[in-house]
Design a protein around this ligand. Structure first.
Ligand SMILES: [Zn+2]
Ligand SMILES: [Zn+2]
Length: 384
């Protein structure tokens, strides 16, 4: 919540648009800011206090055989467990038991991953953020809300009609006689082809990058913040996916198991667990692959776009990995290091000249100054 004291500062120097943004983040965003503040102090900080008790054990684990065994086996074990849980949830079709499982799964993943992050962290600097976990909890629920809105928009754009028209063809083409596990991986691989090109466009088209910057505003990687995305990204992705996904539609059961597997791969993509992934990093978009993707230098960060698989990056020449190198932990946006860190600020940021609002740590800017891009990097706002 740093920055409230800066509110009155330099207001006269600011252009009208920045003043309006500051007003919106502070006052229209007030309920969200209050919710963040409450979540931070009532839920996040007490949880962090409990988790700190694992630090002693974490130091004791360093260099032990047990840590080595966990770092080699946690990923395959979790993937197999996710597939098993997924197929168990749908073995009697889609029931209320399946839906309950879906609601509870993110909580289960959190309970499962957060202690491992504390016990064997990739970076100790990433163990605790400021108010980021409270923001990410709200972004998780608001993301679900915007996904619902996306469905209405897809309907309003007549895409639903096309999807319904195409659906029988998708079912006809889908290899329902194949092994169900292979079907799950096939569905994710096809979906990831579209994710790859959409994600690449988010990085390479200047206005889309402004929207995607919300995801790259994170200053540390941990299990929950993979879900941080601007509503415009969620909505435009849903529209972009609607028709191709209708064409490759498997049964609802396979799609649900695929979603569970995607959730667990997504958690390993952002998690701060120090794993020995070896050749897994040439299959999935996890570990060092995604750490490079969050580098502040776009020369490195414009790589490894895969959502779950990394194979499309390898195929289309955007795979980045330096053998033997351990990626550093200074991540973020090189051209906008003081990106907003509240939900309201994240929502507003793409529309601001310099993508900063009231809660940016430093308020010495006039808010109309463009941030100087580092050498060789495009500005965040080339249109201005
Ligand atoms: Zn990205
Ligand atoms: Zn990410």
């Amino acid at each position: 919540m740093a920055g409230l004291e800066n509110m009155g500062q330099s207001n006269r120097k600011m252009p009208a648009r920045a003043r309006m943004a500051r007003f919106m983040e502070t006052w229209l965003g007030a309920p969200l800011n209050l919710l963040e503040f409450t979540l931070h102090w009532v839920l996040v900080q007490p949880t962090r206090w409990i988790m700190r008790h694992l630090d002693g054990l974490s130091y004791k684990l360093e260099g032990t055989l047990l840590r080595k065994i966990i770092s080699n086996t946690l990923l395959p074990f979790t993937l197999i467990l996710s597939l098993w849980v997924g197929f168990k949830l749908v073995e009697n079709g889609i029931t209320s038991f399946t839906l309950l499982g879906f609601v509870l799964l993110p909580i289960v993943f959190g309970l499962y991953c957060a202690p491992f992050e504390r016990l064997m962290p990739y970076s100790r600097n990433w163990l605790e953020g400021g108010n980021d976990t409270a923001v990410d909890i709200i972004m998780y629920f608001s993301g679900a809300f915007w996904s619902g809105i996306s469905k209405l928009i897809v309907g309003a754009l007549f895409i639903v009609g096309m999807v319904e028209f195409l659906e029988p063809y998708g079912h006809d083409y889908w290899p329902t006689h194949w092994n169900p596990v292979v079907q799950v991986f096939l569905f994710i691989l096809i979906k990831d082809f579209f994710r790859y090109w959409f994600h690449r466009a988010l990085h390479e088209v200047p206005f889309l990058w402004r929207i995607h910057a919300a995801h790259h505003s994170v200053e540390r990687l941990y299990w929950l913040n993979g879900i941080r995305a601007h509503p415009l990204e969620i909505i435009s992705q849903a529209i972009f996916y609607a028709i191709p996904l209708a064409l490759v539609q498997p049964t609802a059961e396979i799609a649900l198991v695929a979603i569970i597997l995607q959730l667990s791969i997504g958690i390993f993509q952002h998690s701060n667990i120090d794993l020995n992934l070896g050749w897994w990093e040439y299959i999935f978009s996890i570990g060092d692959n995604h750490r490079y993707h969050h580098y502040p230098d776009k020369g490195v960060g414009d790589s490894n776009y895969g959502g779950e698989f990394i194979v499309w990056d390898i195929l289309f020449g955007t795979f980045h990995k330096v053998k033997g190198e351990r990626p550093h932990d200074r991540i973020g946006i090189g051209t906008a290091p003081e990106y907003p860190m509240t939900v309201a600020g994240l929502y507003l940021a793409p529309f601001l000249p310099n993508q900063k609002t009231v809660f940016a740590p430093s308020a010495d800017e006039t808010a109309e100054d463009a941030i100087e891009p580092a050498a060789g990097q495009p500005a965040l706002h080339p249109a201005e």
